[in-house]
Design a protein around this ligand. Structure first.
Ligand SMILES: *Cc1c(COP(=O)(O)O)cnc(C)c1O
Length: 356
């Protein structure tokens, strides 16, 4: 029986994506070949790549605005270093907002290239909130932030107005809510949170920002080389990109980002209402910064954990334990998680209350 999958990533994808991907492994486009054995230079796969890159820009509302979409390797973690490599000038400076583990990892990598300045941090409170009052120096090469903190369950509800290019790690909430994406110079995201299987990484970049550092960049780390090669500088991750395209097509069928945002808000509202109502639980993130993708919560009395765990497991729920740095529970409600899965989790939380 299919589980209700709350895993933080890799995570649930639409059932029709699993079905179509499985069919393409056996026979891709009636070609008599598996998607796993075709050339990435074949006409059929070049068409997949072109459609995927165009659909990303279409869904984000960035078509014809000077942006390029790339499918890369290496995960969001490689972008932590590719961003400064490509955007930080020699002896340059950049502003970073420290909102959690991933932001920290991005800061660490930037130190190889110049001076990342942490403009604000919520580390002292174990990242329970998003710092809001900070200034971004106008002579910085860019400002870097993390739109959704997957581990801590916080999400930026607004973004600063700044003259410097804004770079954002959107790994865990891209395509989940309407944002003016044209405010960003560069957006990146590992596929495995809201777009597809692990193995592909999305980078969306305003082309005019490139080629300004005066630094020589090794080919595989150079966004300009990947753009010139139409995202096929070397063999791309064929299958993850195909599955990502299927997810993007599904999303378009849901009414695009605006359509899915309504469902995402409904799911999050339902779960947070129960966390707040049920005397056995409490949320860990500041209410105004709560993520609609990853809800983190604790039992007020840890001794109830064995009973709660057995209830949600026997209800067919999977992937609910929190990250080790927060503890408790984390319900990841990515785009493909149906509302019924959240209704079920809420019912289990209520059931626990009746048994105590
Ligand atoms: C998961 C995650 C990452 C790491 O992604 P990889 O693709 O594994 O490198 C980075 N940032 C955020 C916000 C994430 O959720």
């Amino acid at each position: 029986m299919k589980k209700h999958n709350y895993s933080a990533g890799p995570c649930i994808l639409p059932q029709e994506v699993f079905e179509k991907s499985a069919a393409a492994i056996l026979d891709f486009n009636n070609s008599g070949l598996s998607i796993l054995e075709i050339s990435h230079r074949s006409k059929d796969f070049v068409a997949v790549m072109e459609e995927a890159r165009a659909l990303v820009l279409e869904l984000l509302g960035l078509q014809g605005k000077g942006y390029q979409a790339l499918f890369m390797h290496g995960g969001a973690s490689l972008e932590f270093l590719m961003v400064p490599y490509n955007l930080m000038k020699q002896n340059g400076k950049a502003a970073y907002l420290d909102t959690g583990t991933w932001a920290n990892n991005a800061i660490k990598e930037a130190r190889f290239f110049g001076e990342p300045m942490v403009v604000a941090s919520s580390k002292a409170s174990n990242y329970t909130f998003i710092p809001k009052d900070f200034a971004i120096p106008v002579d910085d090469d860019y400002f870097h932030c993390t739109s959704n903190n997957t581990i801590f369950g916080t999400q930026m509800k607004s973004f600063p107005e700044t003259a410097v290019p804004m770079v954002c790690d959107m790994s865990s909430d891209i395509f989940s809510r309407t944002i003016d994406f044209s405010k960003f110079g560069l957006i990146y995201a590992g596929a495995q949170k809201n777009m597809g299987p692990a193995g592909a990484t999305l980078v969306v970049i305003k082309e005019e920002l490139l080629g300004r550092t005066g630094r020589e960049i090794p080919s595989m780390l150079d966004y300009q080389k990947h753009i010139a090669a139409e995202s096929m500088y070397n063999t791309p991750s064929v299958f993850p990109i195909y599955a990502s395209l299927l997810t993007l097509q599904w999303l378009k069928g849901q009414g695009g980002i605006a359509g899915i945002e309504k469902v995402n808000e409904q799911k999050a509202a339902l779960l947070y209402a129960e966390i707040d109502r049920n005397p056995l639980f409490r949320g860990t993130a500041a209410v105004e910064d709560r993520s609609i993708m990853n809800a983190t919560f604790l039992l007020n009395d840890e001794s109830h954990a064995p009973l709660f765990d057995s209830l949600w497991k026997s209800a067919g729920i999977s992937g609910l334990p929190g990250h080790r740095s927060v503890g408790g529970y984390r319900a990841s409600m990515y785009n493909a998680l149906p509302l019924e899965s959240v209704e079920l989790l809420v019912a289990v939380m209520k059931e626990l209350e009746t048994k105590i």
